[in-house]
Design a protein around this ligand. Structure first.
Ligand code: NI
Ligand code: MN
Length: 226
């Protein structure tokens, strides 16, 4: 069964597997790079890497309308639970089985607070095992050595890695991350949304090809079949 990964710009990714729709870091209506508005998506599950606005901006309106289950670290799940939304709390290193597959919350080196100042716990990433495929979404993070451990533990088909620099790792470190992760292919994320994180996705893809890794820069609205 094919798994489709649809890029909506910035770190906003939707995954389709059978009848399941899984949303990571919904950022639509205030995202200058997005291809569609939040009102057009109806995921069953919303996975949140961390609390920053560019990863959570549309969580509440989508979850209220679609009845989505919000999955994240304890603090972020608690934040949405208090707003009357359905949640599944977890934390780093833990995995949970869902009807569509297994999600493990991984480490990320970054910060995490909501726009209203609420504490968002420690930020993370996701390893998703869906229909025999493995997708890693790093969230916002610096390069860190334990990405090598993630690469040992899982056989990653697609890694979604930030390349914007300034707030996360940049392209050079992301190439090193892809090597450590032993990823078969890489979707660059968290770049070109605004001028401070402008990067050349095609140049990043060429740097990956030199290491024998497939680079797959997408425009918002484009997707990859795994
Ligand atoms: Ni962030
Ligand atoms: Mn961010």
């Amino acid at each position: 069964m094919a798994v489709r990964v649809l890029y909506h710009g910035h770190s906003n990714v939707e995954i389709f597997s059978g009848n399941h729709r899984i949303q990571i870091d919904p950022f639509y209506d205030n995202n200058p790079a997005a291809d569609v508005k939040a009102a057009t998506v109806s995921p069953g599950t919303i996975l949140v890497t961390h609390a920053h606005f560019d990863h959570t901006d549309d969580v509440i309106p989508i979850a209220r309308r679609a009845g989505s289950v919000i999955v994240s670290n304890y603090e972020i799940a608690d934040y949405y639970e208090r707003k009357g939304l359905r949640t599944q709390p977890m934390n780093h290193g833990g995995g949970v089985e869902f009807p569509w597959g297994r999600a493990t919350y991984t480490l990320a080196f970054h910060t995490s607070s909501f726009p209203d100042g609420a504490y968002g716990g420690q930020p993370g990433g996701w390893v998703l095992e869906i229909a025999g495929k493995v997708i890693y979404h790093a969230g916002d993070t610096a390069l860190f050595g334990d990405m090598g451990l993630i690469g040992e533990l899982w056989n990653i088909d697609l890694a979604c890695l930030p390349i914007g620099d300034r707030f996360t790792m940049g392209p050079k470190h992301a190439v090193r991350a892809a090597e450590m992760l032993r990823a078969k292919s890489v979707l660059p994320i968290h770049y070109n949304t605004w001028p401070p994180i402008a990067q050349d996705g095609q140049a990043f893809a060429r740097a990956l090809e030199e290491k024998g890794i497939k680079g797959q820069p997408l425009k918002a609205g484009e997707s990859i079949e795994l």
